[in-house]
Every structure is written in C-alpha cells, then in structure tokens.
Design a protein around this ligand. Structure first.
Ligand code: NAP
Length: 288
C-alpha cells in the first residue's frame, strides 16, 4: 500500500513521518517543494507521470494567513490551483485523496459547535483560497476525504506554541487575544486520526468519503491557551488578555471557530485527547 504525503517538511507532514514508523506495512513517500513545486502544474504532472499511489495525503499549503492578503495569486495557486491539478491526477490514477482544510472557511459568526453541514463563508484570502481548493476536490472526486482542522501546533515547524514560549522567555508581560474562541490541534493527534482513516478505508472497516472536522477536545481562547502554555512551561511572564481590536492583523480571523467532531468520532471511532493533555505532551517534547 503506497501513500504519498505532500508538505512533508511542514507540521502535519512531519508528524505523519513520525507516525509512519508504526505502519510498517505501508510504503510512505514524503515530498515537499524540493521534489514538487505546487505552483507549477508541469512539475506536479511530471512527478506523477511514472508513479502510482493508493492514497495521497495532501498537507502542503500556503499557510501564511496575513501574508496571503497581499500575496493573493500565490495563495490561490497553491491552495486552489494545485489542489485542482492533484484532484485531476487522483481521478486519472484512481488515487484516494485526503485533503486538509481549515476552520477559516467559516466566518466565525456561529454560536454553537460548527458541523460539516454548516455553510462556509470565508472572510480572508487564505480562507477563500482553501475553500476553492475544497470545491475542486468535491467536484472532481466523489471518494475523497476533506479534513478541516484549526489552530495547529507541533514540535515541528513554526506555530503559536513555539512563538509564545519564545516571547514569554524574553518578556515580563505578553498580551494575547482573548475574544477568539476555538480549539487547538496537536498535529500529532491529527496525523494519528488521518492514518486511522487510511487504515479503516484500506482494510474495508469504514469508508464514508466527504468532509470531516478534527481538532482536539475542549474549548479555549488564544489567551487561555497561551496562559496554560506559559504556566506549564514554567516561564516567568504575565500573560494578559487583549481584544482582537487591540491586536491588528492584515487578515480577519473568525471570532468563533469551535468545530464539531461528532462525525469523525462516530464514523472512525477516533479517540480525541483534550487540548490541555496534548499541549502538555508537546511542551514536554519541546523541553527535553
Ligand atoms: N497551521 C495551522 O494552524 C492550520 C490551521 C488549519 C488548517 N491548516 C491546514 O493544515 C494543513 C497542514 O498545515 P501545516 O500547519 O502542517 O502547514 P505548514 O507547517 O505551513 O506546512 C506546509 C507545507 O507546505 C509546503 N509548501 C508551501 N508551498 C509549497 C509549494 N509551492 N510547493 C510545495 N510545497 C509547498 C511547505 O514547504 P516550505 O516550508 O518549504 O515552504 C510546508 O512544508 C494545510 O492544509 C493547512 O492549510 C493549518
């Protein structure tokens, strides 16, 4: 069973690499921009010309949310154009596609956990480009999986956890936005859920293509997340709540991003740890 993972050097791709060791019967290939530049359709098609895979786990993306507001063409090329090309290749080569998307396809106006039937309405270029990518997948492939996630962190790559630890070790106080609500996702837990889906589909235990939501369990704000992180990391920095209005960013972020994970739990019996439990594990890895 051959699995191709794009974004192999990113947060999620790196966690999939770690977990691939547990799936000894599967043959994994990890690629990143050095192997295939997703801005170049020729480069994508040339890579697949002489290769066959059973699954494509598409983790690569343009993820610089604020930069995307200026860098619109590049964000769309990677998050929508390349996804269309990959979905077309999956049709031609009968590859099962697992595409990763985001809570930023929603506008944040909901007031209860957002399920997969909720109508997207992205408010940023990043969110719009990711929604275009989802729509290409859905219109080309009836057997693909789209997994929307949120607030991803890991020991790998750049993320909120590493930035806050870094700032908190240098400063006495730190203001963090307290009026945006959601749930963090430890990329290791997401990678584990994705591989559980791949295994269930491969072994014929479950196969219900479509959109799924995945984050860790629980609900928090960026402020509470940072507060817990600084306490657990034993850093001497006072984390203070600030409002979105006090923290100007180029891209608008959804106020409320709590994703409902009932579907993935019911369909694939995925066990999801609470965000605080997973954050403790990540802190321990970062500390040691
Ligand atoms: N991070 C989050 O908070 C978050 C939240 C919700 C959803 N998601 C989604 O989750 C997925 C995984 O995110 P992540 O956090 O693992 O992202 P990440 O750490 O930013 O990794 C993205 C990967 O894509 C690669 N990439 C970028 N441009 C490329 C190109 N032109 N050609 C080939 N590869 C390219 C990057 O390579 P380089 O580093 O070499 O550029 C990187 O390895 C993405 O679909 C993302 O949209 C992320």
């Amino acid at each position: 069973m051959k699995i191709l993972v794009t974004g192999g050097n990113g947060q999620l791709g790196s966690e999939l690499k770690v977990l691939s060791a547990l799936y000894k019967n599967y043959d994994f290939t990890f690629i990143d921009v050095e192997e295939v530049d997703l801005t170049k359709e020729d480069s994508i098609r040339a890579y697949f010309a002489d290769k066959q895979f059973n699954f494509l786990i598409h983790c690569a993306a343009y993820t610089a949310v604020d930069k995307a507001e200026e860098d619109t063409a590049l964000a769309y090329a990677i998050n929508a154009g390349a996804v269309k090309t990959l979905a077309e290749i999956c049709v031609e080569k009968k590859i099962r596609m697992i595409h990763i998307s985001t809570d930023y396809v929603f506008d944040g106006e909901a007031n209860q956990p957002i399920n997969e039937l909720a109508k997207p309405n992205p408010v940023s270029v990043y969110g719009k480009s990711k929604l275009d990518g989802e729509n290409h997948v859905l219109s080309l492939l009836s057997n693909a999986y789209i997994i929307r996630t949120a607030w991803v962190y890991s020991t790998f790559g750049k993320n909120f956890v590493k930035s806050i630890r870094n700032l908190a070790s240098q400063r006495e106080t730190l203001g963090v936005v307290s009026d945006q609500i959601g749930t963090p996702t430890y990329a290791y837990d997401l990678a584990s859920a994705i591989l559980q889906i791949v295994a269930a589909v491969h072994e014929g235990r479950a196969d219900e293509p479509g959109i799924y939501h995945f984050t860790n369990e629980g609900v928090t704000s960026w402020y509470d997340f940072a507060y817990f992180l600084v306490q657990e990391s034993k850093l001497n920095c006072k984390v203070q709540p600030i409002s979105t209005a006090q923290y100007k960013t180029a891209a608008v972020r959804p106020k409320f991003s709590l994703l409902d994970k009932s579907k993935i739990k019911a369909t694939f019996a995925v066990q999801i740890p609470h965000w605080s439990e997973s954050l403790r594990i990540c802190i321990e890895k970062l500390t040691n």
